[in-house]
Design a protein around this ligand. Structure first.
Ligand SMILES: Cc1cc2nc3c(=O)[nH]c(=O)nc-3n(C[C@H](O)[C@H](O)[C@H](O)COP(=O)(O)OP(=O)(O)OC[C@H]3O[C@@H](n4cnc5c(N)ncnc54)[C@H](O)[C@@H]3O)c2cc1C
Length: 419
């Protein structure tokens, strides 16, 4: 294998390795999305075996640092690999996979000590460690700096207590990146620290949450005096907001800088297949919906590439730039899902028992809101673009500069004061 600096040589080598080592998948399903996301421990076990094969052969973590088991290549190499592997089965860790390799791995490399990285990054790249994120709480989502899970120092240990929610794939993960408050006497952004927490640690309870689409990949967690060590601190104590910024910028698509975008090669193949299935291939309204979806797919792809180019030109990816791509998918995904319902017509609302594909448009419709909320809602992306790119006045805030314990005290007494 070459050192990979030459993209064309790299492409040829990747193509040859993939052809010899990976199993082809049906072309019709090659939309860049897996046919079915991993959701069971057995799925994860299968993904680990395939990931190990990639890792041992030098095809995992292409743009991760070589000293931690990656190849030290560029985002462009990641993209080439993705293009070449599109028609083959690659390791599918489901939602846990995208957060592990995207947001979490990158944040650990950016903020952790070499010892920490040597312990965890090769384990992540080889599939031995699957991670998830414990950051949202029942009372802190968009206002993430308002979390109330606490971590208290006790000698060389930290003791964490609180609860988390909406943690994607936590029931399949080995480790969690957990945000906790470590200083209550300073303003909310300044007293936060991230910790690495094994999901099977004593005191961690992970419960799956059943969703409207029938899946249960979201979890809620209860942390009851969970003990971790100083070595498990991610970044610096009380400087967790810097880690949060890194994590969110990667979660919003800065990770592989465009590598995950797949050019829409054919006219919305999923919708064309649906129109044929329900006998509406000649129906002008269905055809118009398909054309609209195709145009949006292209617009999103090209916007994604422009954003990726901007991000690549920056030493540290700018959250405001990443927000554009996140907002575009948050706006376009629900439209795409609605177009599926329009093409499917009545057949998208009721389908024969046992027809697994029949329910797909309806499920897509229910899932269509995911990207408008996950990793920061559309409104929060608009706020960021408004304030950081357009220079609009900042949103008024009553609590940003107050010590967090005073904010909580004022909130508790709010009714009596007003009354
Ligand atoms: C598919 C998915 C996966 C997720 N995965 C994870 C995960 O792995 N780990 C994890 O910790 N969390 C995860 N989350 C949680 C996610 O980060 C939060 O749902 C999100 O940040 C929004 O927080 P919230 O649900 O508390 O909504 P809220 O913050 O309560 O917002 C409610 C509404 O108010 C609006 N709003 C709030 N504040 C403002 C403001 N300042 N200006 C304008 N509008 C505002 C919001 O846009 C939204 O419409 C996931 C969510 C989804 C949907």
């Amino acid at each position: 294998m070459s050192n990979g600096t030459d993209i064309e040589t790299f492409r040829q080598e990747a193509r040859a390795w993939i052809k010899a080592n990976l199993e082809p998948r049906p072309k019709a399903s090659a939309t860049g999305r897996p046919d079915r996301e991993a959701s069971t421990p057995e799925d994860i076990a299968r993904a680990r075996v395939l990931q190990r094969k990639l890792f041992d052969s030098g095809w995992a973590g292409l743009s991760y640092p070589a000293e931690y088991g990656g190849r030290g290549l560029t985002a462009l190499h990641e993209r080439v690999w993705r293009e070449e592997a599109l028609d083959y089965y690659t390791p599918d860790f489901g939602v846990a996979g995208s957060v592990t390799f995207g947001a979490i791995g990158r944040s650990l490399v950016a903020h952790c000590t070499p010892e920490f990285c040597r312990q965890h990054i090769p384990a992540i790249l080889s599939g031995d460690e699957v991670w998830c994120q414990f950051y949202s709480e029942p009372e802190a989502g968009s206002d993430l700096a308002g979390i109330r899970t606490r971590a208290v120092k006790d000698g060389e240990r930290w003791i964490i207590s609180g609860s988390k929610i909406w943690s994607s794939g936590a029931y399949l993960a080995d480790w969690a990146m957990c945000l906790a408050r470590t200083d209550w006497s300073v303003p909310k952004h300044r007293g936060l620290t991230w910790f690495a927490v094994p999901t099977n640690a004593k005191g961690v309870e992970v419960r799956q949450i059943r969703q409207i689409n029938g899946n249960a990949e979201f979890c809620e967690e209860f942390l009851d005096e969970v003990e971790v060590t100083e070595d498990d601190v991610i970044g610096e104590v009380n400087k967790g907001w810097a880690v949060t910024q890194t994590m969110l910028v990667y979660e919003r698509g800065a990770g592989e800088m465009g590598a995950s975008m797949v050019e829409p090669r054919e006219l919305a193949p999923d919708l064309v297949a649906l129109a044929r299935k329900v006998g509406r291939a000649e129906d002008p309204a269905a055809r118009q919906a398909i054309a609209k979806a195709h145009i949006n797919d292209y617009a999103q792809y090209h916007l994604g590439h422009r954003i990726a180019d901007r991000l690549r030109a920056q030493a540290t990816p700018d959250p405001a730039v990443a927000a554009y791509g996140k907002l575009a998918s948050g706006v376009l995904a629900p439209i795409r899902a609605r177009l599926g319902m329009e093409v499917g017509g009545p057949a998208a609302l009721a389908w024969a028992a046992g027809d697994e594909d029949g329910g797909r448009p309806a499920l897509n419709y229910l899932n269509g809101r995911v990207t408008s909320i996950a990793a920061g809602t559309n409104e929060m992306q608009r706020n960021g673009i408004g304030e950081r790119v357009l220079g609009l006045p900042r949103e008024p805030s009553f609590d940003t500069n107050k010590p967090f314990n005073e904010v909580l005290g004022a909130a508790r007494n709010w009714n009596s004061k007003v009354g």
